[in-house]
Design a protein around this ligand. Structure first.
Ligand code: KG4
Ligand code: ZN
Length: 380
């Protein structure tokens, strides 16, 4: 055996012993990497609950003029930002590679080119820094943002305590709308999901129709505050499976309503409607759509709460930052609901690191850094 390979084996034994010690001691510092869409994000989380850094570089500005994410542009931006973002996350967390016990990375669901950048970076780092690698499902990650209850950073409003099992999780983002019952970590049942558009996607499309800037959710939310949510009676989809959602009906109903309000027929182009609608009409449409879209997910959550009587209800994903969703849920659920900071609702590395920590603490299988592949259409 050469000197080099003896040293490598020795180092690897030391790092395994250190890793096992940390597992035993139940403290764990994990670097999370997230690149599933247009945010290049990295964060360090300790013990599955303490946020030490959370760095997000978004290419949103580059997509805004197209009204949606352009996958090629997103992938190229990730390549430019990923290393500086990771370095910044370590710097803010005041730690170096010796302090990091493992790397967690989103391997799906998401845009193929975007996921590749994060996964290949994480694989390379896991090999060169000799760290265990945890493959994280982005959608599960959104819920684990709610396990972060402490931080050394300023400007975060966090839940007082971690969710209790069994909990009901509602994931509402630009790509996902799912209702899940978690009996324990890694033991859950998908109760229902959208059959067509995700709720955030519907918000984005309604925003485009109203001539509002991308991303549409926050724009619709802002305009809705000036409108009458009961002005228009938009339909809610009725599906055979009681926990599934559909948002294409309300979205098309908004198009038909806008055409009718402008005195135009069904063949009138949607991209010309915003110029014909008055500000007050736009605000009423935004408010009515928001009420119905949010009621749709809240109705199902209440139904599931009544059937399964969970100890906690948590929400995750970009739409989880919606004040309307928070207000409707709190008003209708009989238990107090704690919401995480909006910065941890949209895509971030902290949620990935939090779930990575919990995987490490519960001795979940690690991913092979030489083999981990992306899974763009990964489901729960
Ligand atoms: O979780 P996220 O950052 O990305 C995905 O995984 O999709 O969610 C982004 C989505 C976008 O569709 C955005 O319009 C929506 O979250 N969103 C909102 C609000 N803030 C963000 N939707 C409604 N109301 C909001 N306040
Ligand atoms: Zn997301």
């Amino acid at each position: 055996m050469s000197f080099l390979s003896t040293t490598t084996t020795h180092n690897s034994i030391i790092s395994k012993v250190l890793f096992l010690y940390k597992c035993y001691a139940k403290t764990m510092m994990i670097l999370g990497i997230e690149t599933s869409c247009d945010e290049t994000a990295a964060a360090v989380v300790e013990d599955g609950k303490r946020l030490l850094s959370n760095v997000v570089a978004s290419s949103m500005d580059l997509h805004a003029k197209y009204g949606g994410v352009i996958p090629e542009i997103a992938a190229r931006s990730h390549i430019e930002s990923i290393i500086p973002v990771i370095e910044q996350a370590l710097y803010v967390a005041k730690c170096d590679w010796d302090d990091i016990d493992g790397i967690a990375v989103t391997y799906g669901a998401g845009l193929g080119g975007s996921l590749l950048v994060g996964v290949m970076t994480a694989r390379s780092l896991a090999i060169t820094k000799n760290k265990p690698l945890y493959a994280i499902n982005h959608v599960e990650g959104h819920l684990y943002a709610n396990f972060i209850t402490e931080t050394t950073l300023s400007g975060y409003s966090l839940p007082q305590r971690q969710p209790q099992f069994p909990f009901l999780g509602l994931i509402v983002s630009g790509g996902h709308s799912q209702l899940v019952l978690f009996r324990d970590h890694f033991d859950y049942t998908l109760l229902g999901q959208t059959q067509d558009d995700a709720i955030g996607e519907a918000f984005d499309k309604v925003a485009k129709l109203l001539g509002l800037p991308y991303p549409g959710g926050p724009s619709v939310s802002k305009l809705a505050a000036k409108g009458d949510p009961f002005k228009y009676d938009l339909p809610k989809a009725k599906l055979a499976d009681k926990y599934n959602f559909s948002f294409s009906g309300p979205k098309t109903a908004v198009l038909r309503l806008a055409q009718a309000e402008c005195g135009k027929g069904h063949d009138f182009p949607s991209n010309q409607l915003s110029a014909l609608l008055h500000e007050a009409q736009k605000a009423d449409i935004a408010a009515s759509f928001q009420r119905v879209a949010i009621e749709t997910v809240v109705d199902k959550t209440i139904l599931a709460y009544e059937e399964f009587q969970p100890k906690s209800v948590i929400i995750g994903g970009g739409v989880a930052s919606s004040p309307e969703l928070r207000q409707q849920l709190s008003a209708r659920l009989p238990l107090p609901v704690e919401y995480t900071d909006p910065k941890l609702c949209t895509d971030n590395g902290a949620m990935i690191a939090a779930l990575g920590c919990i995987k490490a603490q519960f001795d979940q299988p690690t991913a092979d850094p030489y083999l981990l592949e992306i899974s763009p259409s990964l489901s729960m």
